[in-house]
Design a binder for this molecule. Structure first.
Ligand code: NDP
Length: 326
């Protein structure tokens, strides 16, 4: 079995030398246990932000994977079945079944199981809860989403279109922006080349924004907040622009604007609605089957390339969900 450990806490942007490959022999599964073999592994922004708070040097990198049960002494998980598991960056894992989510039985043969890490997985769930539980997005409203071509953002924009909203999205490469057009976003721009962000936001929606699905943080938020309508709602999903900062930022939000416009801003983690996951995953799968929810994946081949895939995602190499195929 192989695993990737964080040998050194990241200082700024992660470097190849911060990761180490570990090889070990696993024992045979005991009664009630299974042996899992990873087929697809996820690389996500939270691995960078949680590394500071949830990990110590020498720990295996955290993360989800789609794995096949290759040995089983647990009747709930027969050999050959697939599960989503929070095993971290490991090729093989012994599990007693706790926290394993079987792939939905109605999963279509022609849809890659890797989607259980993307549109029909944690990022898809995040999009649904941010829109429905936090923003309460209503038909006819205008929504702004940043990091829009990524795993979460691309689903956010499409669900908002399904709900009959106007969607404005920003992304960091022209290829990502072209993808957002393909997905049916109403207004899109490249935040790196647009010049004035303030003007781009005003041009995309001169009447302002009812809702803002916030993935980026930092100066983007400060500018975007000024463009909110009165009583606007902001779902604070992520803050990727500051995850690699060595010193924590303080106070990026203009509080006076929040008061004068009477904005509602709420941070959230998708795990708050864990009890709704089974039903929500079914809805996401149905949208995919019906052709209402489109997806792309950025697939890196080879377990040995996990660190490169992770660093590439943080730099915006991906369109759609970044995954690694073993
Ligand atoms: P993505 O697939 O969107 O990949 C990350 C993207 O972030 C890159 O493609 C990159 O694109 C963009 N990015 C990186 N640096 C910056 C920057 N400085 N400014 C703007 N964009 C940047 O990742 P996810 O969809 O998985 O995650 C999106 C956000 O959602 C993250 O903030 C993540 O932490 C958050 N999240 C929160 C969850 C929750 O429960 N609250 C659950 C899942 C995700 P480019 O640079 O080209 O724009």
């Amino acid at each position: 079995a192989q695993s990737w450990v964080m040998t050194k806490h990241f200082d700024g942007f992660p470097k190849k030398s911060d990761f180490g490959l570990k090889v070990e022999e696993l024992p045979e599964p005991k009664d009630g246990e299974v042996l899992l073999e990873a087929e697809f592994l996820s690389v996500d922004p939270y691995m960078r932000s949680f590394s500071k708070t949830h990990m110590k040097e020498g720990d295996v990198m955290i993360g989800g994977q789609v794995a096949k049960v290759i040995q089983s002494r647990n009747p709930a998980f027969p050999v050959g079945s697939h599960v989503v598991s929070n095993s971290g960056w490991r090729t093989h894992t012994i599990s007693d079944g706790t926290g394993l989510t079987p792939i939905l039985p109605e999963w279509p043969k022609d849809v890659s199981l890797s989607l259980a890490l993307g549109a029909i997985g944690m990022p898809g769930l995040t999009a649904v809860y941010g829109i429905e539980e936090v923003l309460g997005l209503q038909k006819g409203e205008t929504l702004l989403v940043n990091a829009a071509a990524g795993a979460v953002g691309s689903v956010v924009g499409q669900i908002a279109k399904i709900k009959g909203c106007k969607v404005v999205g920003s992304a960091g490469t022209d290829a990502q922006v072209a993808y957002l057009r393909e997905l049916g976003f109403d207004e899109v721009f490249n935040y790196k080349t647009v010049g004035s962000l303030e003007e781009a936001l005003r041009k995309a929606s001169p009447e302002g924004y009812d809702c803002f699905f916030e993935n980026v943080g930092g100066s983007f938020s400060t500018v975007a907040l000024q463009q909110m309508k009165n009583f606007g709602r902001i779902a604070v999903c992520g803050s990727i622009s500051v995850y690699n900062d060595s010193t924590p930022q303080t106070g990026p939000y203009p509080h006076l604007t929040m008061i004068l416009k009477q904005l509602k801003m709420e941070g959230f983690m998708q795990s708050r609605w864990e009890h709704k996951h089974p039903e929500t995953l079914k809805r996401l799968l149905a949208w995919v089957k019906e052709g209402k929810l489109h997806y792309r994946e950025h697939v890196t081949k080879g377990f040995e390339n996990m660190p490169a895939a992770f660093m590439g995602m943080l730099q915006g190499e991906n369109i759609g969900k970044a995954v690694v195929a073993v």
